[in-house]
Design a protein around this ligand. Structure first.
Ligand code: PRX
Length: 622
C-alpha cells in the first residue's frame, strides 16, 4: 500500500491515493512514517483508541534524533546560520558545534538541579543558543517554556508562575532595529512580580557560567507521553493558556508534514523568518528541519532595518532553497521599491511558504511573481499552536497554483466544515479525527489541577467528538479549502494571536477607564489591528487616557499589543443581561458607512449613534 512517494505532495493523483490510504489505514500510515525516528524502545501501538495515546510503549530522545545523529554522520555540515540585526553579522554553527552548545547548556541545567519533567523557561533573542537551549531541555527530558522576547515582564511573570518554571534562561540583551532590549532587566522585573517561589536566572551570553562545567553527553530516555514543551497562546476566553506537547508524537507529526509539504531534502537551505517564541519556531525551526538534517538560516533582526532588503540579501548570500515567512512581513516588504528585490539573485529558491494569518490576493501574487518569479510553488499552510504541525496546505504543483487557498488536508487528517449553509458556504472549520501532533493537554486557570485543565480543554475545543479550530472556512469549486480567519474573540495582529480579553484586562486596570471592548479591524500591513472602545469613568483628557492605555498594554502584554484605534464612547452596546455585543462593534469598525442590520438583541440602542460617530472620527484620524 502506498504511504509515501517522491511526488506525494506534487501530483493530485498520487496525493489522492496516499490520502485515501492514510485515512482508511491510519495506524499503518503513521507506523510507516514513524520508522524515520530512532527509538530506543519501539512503540507497541501507534494510536491507542482507549487511552488516546500515540506511540505507546515507545521511548527515545528528541535531541538525539535532531542533532546527535547528524553530528555523527555529517559533523561539519552547517546546522544553523545566524544573521544578526546588522548586515554582515553572521555566525555559522555546524552540527558538531551545535551538539557541543547543547551539551554545555544541558550540563549547566543538570548542575542547577534540573531533572526530567522540570519546566525551564527560555526568554531569548533569535540566536543559535536559543535553539540549543530548547534542544538541551529535550536532551535531559526537561520541558521547555519559550516566551517570545517581545513580551513584557508581566507577561513573562504570568507564564513562569503558571507553569512553575524552575530555571529562566536568558541573554543580557537583544538587538532589534539598532535598539538594545534589556532582556535580563525584563527577567529581573518579571521575578519581582512573582509572589511565590521564583526561578533562578541563567544568562547564556555570560562566559562565566560555562567555566568549570564538565560536559555531560548522556541523553535521557523519554517515553512517548513525556512532555517536550509548553507554549502559551491566546484563546477566546480570559488569560493565555499553556499548550502542552509531548515529544515523540509531536516530532513524528512535525517531521512528516515538513518532509512532504516542503519536499525537504537534506541538501536544502531553509530560511524561516519566525521566532522561537511561536509554534512555527518550534515545529519548523528547532525540530523538523534539524531532524531532517537541513541547514537552517535564522534572522534576529527586522526585515526593513537598516534597509528593506534584508531577507533578499540573506536568500542570495546563503542560496536559500526553502523560504517560509508571514503575510505581514510580505505586505511590509512589497511596499518598497521593487529594485530592492530585482537587484538580487533569488534563483536558488525552490519553494515558498506562508503562515500565521490569511494572505490577501495582492500579496500572494507579489510573493509568487516578484519573489518566486513564477517558478516556485507557494504553500499557504494553515495550522495552530494546538495542532503541532501543518493541517492544510496546497499541493506543490505549479500548474495548479491559485492565491489564498490553504488547499488540502495533510495525510491522515479529516477536516469538516460545519454549520455552513451549503457545500460552498462559510462554516466552522473542525477536524474529525486524531493526529500525532495534537497537543496532549493545556495549562489554564488551575495549572496544578490537571483534571480541571482537561475539562477546560474539552469544553473549549471539543464538540461531539470534533476538534473545533475557532476558524471560519469554506470550499472552493475544486474542493480546496479557504480559511477566512478566527470566528471567536481572538485577534490576529501581524500573525500574533491575542485575545480581546487580554487587551480588555490590561485596559480595565487603567484609572479613568470604566469599561472597554476590543475588536479587530482590517489593517493593510498587519492583517488586523486592535480597535478599542473605551467608556471613561473620570474626567480625564482623551490624550492622557490614550497614553495611559498604550502604556498599560505595553507593560501588561508587550509592544505587539499597541492599539491602533481608541474611541471614547458614552456606552458599549449590550444585551439585557449586560453582555457586550462585540460582533456589533466589529461590524461598525469594519464598515465605514456604518450600516447595521441586526440590532434586535441590543438593549441600549441609543448608544449606537455615538459609537458610529466616534468610530468614524477614529478611522478618519480626526
Ligand atoms: O486563525 C488561524 C491563523 O492563526 C491561528 C493560529 O495561530 P497560532 O496558534 O499562533 O499559530 C500560528 C502559526 C501556525 C489560526 O487559528 N492562521 C494560521 N495560519 C493561517 C491562518 N489563517 C489563515 N491562513 C493561514 N495559512
Amino acid at each position: 500500500m502506498l504511504f509515501g512517494h517522491e511526488l506525494a505532495w506534487k501530483e493530485q493523483d498520487i496525493y489522492d491515493e496516499i490520502y485515501e490510504n492514510s485515512i482508511q489505514n491510519f495506524n499503518e500510515f503513521w507506523a510507516f512514517h514513524s520508522k524515520d525516528i530512532a527509538f530506543s524502545r519501539q512503540p507497541s501501538s501507534i494510536f491507542d483508541k482507549a487511552t488516546g495515546k500515540w506511540l505507546s510503549g515507545a521511548a527515545g530522545n528528541i535531541c538525539y534524533n535532531c542533532v546527535d545523529k547528524h553530528a555523527i554522520a555529517t559533523p561539519k555540515k552547517p546546522a544553523i546560520i545566524w544573521h544578526g540585526d546588522l548586515p554582515g553579522e553572521r555566525e555559522l554553527v555546524t552540527y558538531s558545534e551545535l551538539l557541543n552548545k547543547i551539551c554545555s547548556i544541558s550540563s549547566i541545567l543538570r548542575l542547577s538541579g534540573i531533572k526530567k519533567g522540570d519546566v525551564v523557561a527560555i526568554y531569548m533573542p533569535m540566536v543559535p543558543d536559543a535553539i540549543a537551549a530548547m534542544l538541551a531541555c529535550a536532551r535531559i527530558g526537561a520541558i521547555h517554556l519559550t516566551i517570545f522576547a517581545g513580551f513584557s515582564p508581566s507577561a513573562l511573570a504570568y507564564r513562569i508562575e503558571m507553569s512553575n518554571a524552575k530555571i529562566l534562561l536568558t541573554y543580557k540583551k537583544a538587538s532589534r532595529s539598532g535598539k538594545t532590549i534589556d532582556l535580563l532587566g525584563n527577567c529581573q522585573k518579571a521575578l519581582s512580580e512573582i509572589k511565590g517561589k521564583t526561578p533562578k536566572i541563567l544568562v547564556l551570553d555570560d562566559e562565566d557560567i560555562y567555566l568549570n562545567v564538565s560536559i555531560n553527553r548522556d541523553v535521557v530516555e523519554c517515553d512517548s507521553d513525556d512532555n517536550l514543551f509548553i507554549l502559551y497562546t491566546s484563546g477566546s476566553s480570559g488569560k493565555p493558556k499553556g499548550i502542552i506537547h509531548s515529544g515523540l508524537p509531536f516530532l513524528l507529526y512535525a517531521a512528516t508534514t515538513f518532509k512532504f509539504i516542503f519536499d525537504a531534502k537534506s541538501d536544502d537551505v531553509y530560511f524561516c523568518t519566525s521566532d522561537i517564541g511561536w509554534i512555527t519556531g518550534h515545529s519548523y525551526i528547532a525540530y523538523a528541519p534539524l531532524f531532517q538534517g537541513l541547514s537552517i538560516v535564522i534572522f534576529e533582526g527586522n526585515p526593513t532595518y537598516p534597509s528593506p532588503d534584508r531577507y533578499w540579501d540573506i536568500i542570495e548570500n546563503e542560496s536559500v532553497t526553502l523560504f517560509y515567512t508571514s503575510p505581514t512581513a510580505l505586505r511590509t516588504l512589497q511596499a518598497f521599491d521593487e529594485n530592492y528585490i530585482k537587484s538580487r539573485d533569488l534563483s536558488s529558491l525552490r519553494i515558498l511558504g506562508s503562515v500565521g494569518e490569511p494572505i490577501d490576493e495582492k500579496t500572494w501574487n507579489w510573493f509568487f511573481e516578484a519573489v518566486g518569479k513564477r517558478r516556485c510553488p507557494i504553500v499557504d499552510t494553515w495550522w495552530q499552536t494546538e495542532t503541532g504541525g501543518i493541517i492544510l496546505a496546497p499541493l506543490l504543483d505549479l500548474k495548479r497554483q491559485k492565491p489564498c487557498v490553504v488547499g488540502k488536508p495533510f495525510f491522515g487528517i479529516a477536516p469538516k466544515i460545519i454549520d455552513a449553509k451549503d457545500e460552498f458556504s462559510l462554516g466552522r472549520l473542525t477536524i474529525t479525527n486524531k493526529w500525532p501532533g495534537m497537543c496532549s493537554s493545556i495549562l489554564y486557570e488551575c495549572p496544578e489541577d490537571i483534571g480541571a485543565c482537561v475539562n477546560i480543554f474539552n469544553k473549549n475545543y471539543l464538540k461531539d467528538g470534533l476538534f473545533l479550530t475557532g476558524d471560519g472556512a469554506f470550499y472552493d469549486t475544486d474542493f480546496d479549502i479557504k480559511v477566512t480567519g478566527r470566528l471567536d474573540d481572538v485577534l490576529n495582529i501581524s500573525g500574533h494571536r491575542l485575545s480581546s480579553a487580554e487587551f480588555e484586562d490590561a485596559i480595565n486596570k487603567v484609572r479613568g477607564v470604566k469599561e472597554c471592548a476590543i475588536v479587530p479591524v482590517a489593517h493593510e500591513i498587519k492583517g488586523q489591528a486592535a480597535f478599542a472602545y473605551v467608556v471613561k469613568s473620570d474626567n480625564v483628557s482623551d490624550e492622557e487616557l490614550r497614553n495611559e492605555i498604550a502604556s498599560a498594554l505595553r507593560s501588561g502584554i508587550g509592544p505587539i499589543a499597541r492599539p491602533d484605534f481608541i474611541a471614547f464612547v458614552h456606552d458599549l452596546p449590550k444585551t439585557r443581561s449586560g453582555k457586550i455585543l462585540r460582533y456589533l462593534l466589529k461590524d461598525i469598525a469594519a464598515n465605514k458607512q456604518c450600516t447595521i442590520k441586526d440590532l434586535s438583541s441590543l438593549c441600549n440602542k441609543e448608544s449606537i449613534d455615538n459609537i458610529m460617530a466616534e468610530t468614524r472620527r477614529c478611522l478618519n484620524g480626526i
